[in-house]
Structure formats: C-alpha cells, structure tokens
Design a protein around this ligand. Structure first.
Ligand code: FES
Length: 159
C-alpha cells in the first residue's frame, strides 16, 4: 500500500494548520475513568488513535483527549476533533462526525452541515489522496464506535 503523501501538495494555509496541530497536538493524553473510550486502528499502516471522553451531568463533553501515533493527517485530525467537540451532546457529536465523513466522501453539504464542521475544511484537500482519507477519519471512526458502545451500555442499564 502506498502511503506516500506530500503535504506540500495542499494549499499553504491548510498545510500550516495541519502541521501546527501535528507539531503541537491539542488535548493529548488519556483520561482515567472516561465515560467513553475507544480505539481507532488503521490496519494498512498499523497506526492507532485512542479517544477518551468524560461527560458532564447533562451528557455533554467535558473533556476529550486523544493518544496514539500516526501520520500528520491522522494526528492533526484527532487534535482538531478534540477542539471542535468540546461541550457537545452525543447527538451533536454524531452529526458533526457524519458531516465530516460526508465532506471527506466528496458529498455536497448544506450550509448548516458546513457550519457544524467549521475549521475541518482544511482536511478536505486530503481527498486528492484517496488512501489518506482513512488517516483523516481514524479518530472519527473511534468516536463513532465509542458513542455506539456507550449508548448500548447506557441503554442496557435503563429499566
Ligand atoms: Fe497511518 Fe496515516 S499513515 S494513519
């Protein structure tokens, strides 16, 4: 599998934002006793991302951390995810994630959907390298799996 990727092929502004998140990742680490914990694994390269999320009493994200290693795209995308998803409920997380996924698939988004993923458009250029879309989606796949797992666990507890 060819994972070669030249970040210089992206627009200057996009390069700058991605490299900034890669070199100075926001919210990196692992929470103890998270409500949601999930791992995203890319079998093609072996890279993985771990997401841990603490919710507040209203079910909104209080703290989101990511950990793991991978390429600049996967790390930058995970770092941006943690910033964008703070103080959101699970339905909002899902809507943002689905909109981001749709953008990466090249679907046209409504202005409402675009505003949900404000800031993430810097990753859209990655679509020129189809094999790297998986890198950009790695943390988001972990997020969706984590929400699914959490929902099943919480629903199970309800009478
Ligand atoms: Fe492994 Fe991008 S090359 S996640």
């Amino acid at each position: 599998m060819d994972y070669s990727f030249d970040i210089n092929s992206l627009d200057d502004l996009y390069q700058e934002v991605i490299l900034d998140h890669y070199q100075r990742p926001r919210n990196k680490g692992v929470l103890t006793n998270p409500d949601i914990s999930s791992k995203g694994f890319n079998p093609f390269c072996g890279d993985e991302i771990i997401l841990s999320i603490k919710l507040d009493s209203k079910g909104k994200t209080k703290c989101i951390l990511f950990d793991g290693q991978g390429c600049s795209i996967s790390q930058a995308s995970a770092s941006m995810l943690t910033e964008l998803l703070s103080n959101k409920n699970l339905d909002e997380l899902k809507s943002i994630s689905y909109s981001f996924r749709a953008m990466m698939r090249g679907e046209s988004l409504s202005s409402g959907e675009m505003s949900l993923i404000e800031g993430l458009e810097v990753l859209e250029g990655v679509r020129k390298f189809p094999i790297r879309i998986k890198c950009a989606l790695l943390a988001w796949a972990a997020l969706e799996d984590g929400i699914e797992e959490y929902s099943v666990k919480v629903l199970k507890k309800e009478p």
